[in-house]
Design a protein. Structure first.
Length: 165
């Protein structure tokens, strides 16, 4: 008897935030635990800035949009249980926020993966990916993995841009 294929989302970690040298676009790299599997997601500059600020532990004098969103949820007695990158349609990733309301009610709110990741970092929520998305988009081949490692190893701090507020 074969093991059933899990349909439960898989928790991932944020491995890196890099700039794609061919497009000059920021890429957030998610990693599957205990695997040499990476999920690259190209994101916007503003969202990359919001993610980088939190990853680097930089504080801003005024709340940024994702800080504001987190404060609203917290002040209303809600919590962000997790975010899930649940689908990939025509090269576009889709995510949802899984919010628990003050009365224990559950809400699933549509979000861009980059915004969801920025909010999850601020509220210390888990980041998950649907296994079907991983099967379609994960970089797991040796040659691609080596290319990713080489890109990360060659990255200089000045390549990341200036994230000071």
């Amino acid at each position: 008897m074969t093991d059933p294929v899990s349909t439960e989302p898989v928790q991932v970690t944020i491995r890196a935030l890099v700039v794609d040298p061919s497009t000059n676009s920021p890429v957030v790299i998610l990693a599957k635990p205990d695997d040499n599997a990476y999920l690259p997601i190209w994101i916007g500059v503003c969202e990359a800035n919001a993610i980088a600020i939190k990853l680097e532990g930089v504080s801003s004098p005024r709340p940024m949009t994702h800080d504001l969103m987190g404060a609203i949820l917290t002040d209303l007695g809600c919590s962000l249980d997790r975010i899930v990158i649940h689908s990939l349609d025509e090269s576009v990733f889709h995510a949802s926020l899984h919010v628990v309301g003050s009365a224990g009610d559950h809400h699933e709110i549509d979000a861009r993966p980059s915004d969801a990741i920025a909010l999850a970092l601020r509220l210390e929520a888990g980041v998950y990916v649907d296994p079907n998305v991983l099967a379609r988009a994960v970089v797991a081949e040796v040659s691609q993995e080596e290319a990713l490692k080489a890109m990360l190893e060659e990255l200089r701090p000045e390549d990341m841009g200036d994230y000071e507020m």
